[in-house]
Design a binder for this molecule. Structure first.
Ligand SMILES: [Zn+2]
Ligand SMILES: [Zn+2]
Length: 105
């Protein structure tokens, strides 16, 4: 059986990620039947979430975009991507909006 890289759509953030032939081999060796359904980013978030980091003080999660660990004041459900401050603001201020800001005279 020849293994090929597979492209899977992440169940959580819906971005595609590669389930490489090497990983597939590893899964087969371990006898794992369930192929990953989440991208590495979301898997990490989920792992942290399952560790049950205290919700009161915030939760350390890797930013969905850049991977930087960031602290959020809520417990991520794993259903939505979490962003660090920088990426969050980038999201909120897309270039189109920035372009519209015209300086008054
Ligand atoms: Zn994902
Ligand atoms: Zn970020």
């Amino acid at each position: 059986m020849v293994l090929e890289d597979k492209v899977i759509t992440c169940r959580t953030c819906e971005s595609p990620f590669v389930f490489s032939a090497g990983e597939q081999e590893f899964f087969a060796l371990k006898g794992l039947k369930n192929i990953p359904v989440r991208c590495p980013n979301c898997r990490t978030s989920l792992k942290l979430f399952k560790k049950g980091k205290a919700a009161d003080e915030g939760t350390d999660v890797p930013c969905h975009t850049c991977g930087e660990i960031t602290r959020v004041p809520f417990k991520p459900t794993g259903m939505r991507p979490v962003y660090c401050h920088i990426c969050f603001h980038k999201q909120k201020a897309p270039q189109a909006t920035v372009m519209q800001i015209a300086k008054p005279e």
